[in-house]
Every structure is written in structure tokens, then in C-alpha cells.
Write a protein that binds this ligand. Structure first.
Ligand SMILES: Nc1ncnc2c1ncn2[C@@H]1O[C@H](COP(=O)(O)OP(=O)(O)OP(=O)(O)O)[C@@H](O)[C@H]1O
Length: 228
């Protein structure tokens, strides 16, 4: 069977690129092909949203883009380097659906961790600013189990945003939030993009699509560029 023709727009200065990504998962009836040739470019300063029905493969795609998982075929390029393992957090920071907060660290310590590991300065002030911006500044001394899932989600976003990464991937960043918390999260994501980060967000929410520079959808394992 011949490969589908790629019709995606190429962006010359992209800091995140995917070419021909495929990924199948084990299934009792045989391998389940979830991603069937994803092509994608995101430029610095762009905020791009990806929609798609539940189970369409958005999280599977994000796992490949951040190096948590490996494609069966195809390549991911971050900041000019083809991924062979997860890139440095300063190149690609992630808000995964599972959050990945360390249970033994407070929210403030979790958010500061990538900065501390790379010996950066002004860590406490930078983290306090973003936690405050996200409305959880008063919870910085609490542990993840002592706050709601939505508050944990905002701490995980703070951890990604304070790193000032070249690429930020956010998987369903508003999934667990009450309506009142959504504008602050969208404000941080937009501000990070406006400061030059390429931001890619998987979402089901119209409010998130409204702040996007481009809206993409994942259909039958590929990005559907016909509507863009
Ligand atoms: N590790 C895995 N092993 C087996 N199947 C998997 C694995 N990861 C994902 N899948 C399957 O791949 C498909 C896509 O899952 P994925 O979580 O990427 O969807 P999604 O678009 O992010 O869904 P949602 O919007 O509900 O979060 C699903 O059928 C899922 O069951």
C-alpha cells in the first residue's frame, strides 16, 4: 500500500518538527495503528492546538514529541536535533496528562526542580511569580496529595513554564480545572508563547482553541491540514 501524500505546510524556522510519525500499540486482535504518518511543524512564538476525538492518539503523539516514547517510523526534531531520547527540559518542557509531580516535594519544590537541576538563578522568585499567576501561590508549601488535582495540574504547568523552554507541550492543560481557573492557565500559556516558546496543546476545549495561532486536528492517525 502506498504511503499517504503529505500536504502539511513546512515552516523553515520550526523548533519542533515531526515527519512521518507512526505508532501502533499491542491489541488482542493484532497491532493497533494509532498514528499513521504525522507531519507537524511549530515555530518559535506560535501557540498551536491539536484536537481530536478521545482515543484519536493525541497523548500518544505528545509522548513521541517529548521523547517519552519512540515512534515505529518517522522522526521528531527539537531545536535542530533529531530525538533519540528525551531532550533537555530547557529545549522541551512538558505538562503531561499524568502530571508527574514528585510526591515527596512541595508544589514550589516541584516547580523549581528543573531550574535547580540546571543551576539557574532567581529560582524562588521565578517560581513564586508563576505560581501566583496561576492562582496557587498560597499553596507552594503543600505537597501534591494535600491539594486538588486541578491545583496539581497548575503546579505541573508552572514547572514547565518557569523553564522558559524552546518548546512547551501541554496535554489537556484545562482538563481538571474549574471555569474560574481557566483564564489564568490560558494567560500563562499565551504569555510563554509570546515570549518566544513554541507551544503545542492537546485539548478538547473551545476556550483553548480561541487563544491559538493555529488549530490542528488529529484524524485517523494524521494531522488533517485540509481545513487549515
Ligand atoms: N501504551 C499503550 N498500550 C496500548 N494501547 C495504547 C497505549 N497508549 C495508547 N494506547 C491506545 O492508543 C489510542 C490513543 O490513545 P491516546 O491516549 O493517545 O488518545 P487521546 O486522543 O489522547 O485520548 P483522550 O482525548 O481521551 O485523552 C487508544 O486506543 C489507546 O487505548
Amino acid at each position: 500500500m502506498s504511503a499517504p501524500v503529505s500536504d502539511h505546510p513546512t515552516i523553515d524556522n520550526a523548533v519542533l518538527s515531526a515527519r512521518g510519525l507512526t505508532r501502533a500499540f499491542p491489541h488482542p486482535d493484532g497491532p493497533l495503528p494509532v498514528l499513521r504518518g504525522v507531519d507537524l511543524d511549530v515555530a518559535p512564538g506560535e501557540l498551536v492546538t491539536v484536537s481530536g476525538r478521545s482515543g484519536s492518539g493525541k497523548s500518544a503523539l505528545f509522548a513521541l514529541l517529548c521523547g517519552f516514547d519512540k515512534p515505529d517510523t518517522g522522526t521528531v526534531t527539537v531545536c535542530g536535533t533529531v530525538l533519540r531520547a528525551a531532550p533537555a527540559w530547557s529545549d522541551c518542557a512538558v505538562l503531561p496528562q499524568a502530571l508527574g509531580l514528585a510526591a515527596e516535594l512541595t508544589l514550589q519544590e516541584n516547580a523549581a526542580l528543573p531550574l535547580r537541576l540546571t543551576g539557574q538563578s532567581d529560582v524562588e522568585d521565578r517560581v513564586a511569580d508563576v505560581l501566583g499567576e496561576l492562582g496557587i501561590g498560597h499553596l507552594g508549601d503543600r505537597y501534591p496529595t494535600e491539594v486538588s488535582y486541578g491545583q496539581q495540574q497548575r503546579a505541573a504547568l508552572a514547572r514547565a513554564a518557569v523553564a522558559r523552554p524552546s518548546v512547551l507541550l501541554a496535554d489537556e492543560p484545562t482538563a481538571h480545572l474549574d471555569h474560574g481557573s481557566v483564564p489564568a492557565v490560558l494567560g500563562v500559556l499565551r504569555r510563554v508563547a509570546d515570549a518566544g516558546t513554541a507551544v503545542l496543546i492537546a485539548t478538547h476545549h473551545d476556550q483553548v482553541h480561541r487563544i491559538a495561532d493555529r488549530r490542528l486536528s488529529l484524524v485517523e492517525g494524521r494531522i488533517d491540514y485540509s481545513a487549515t
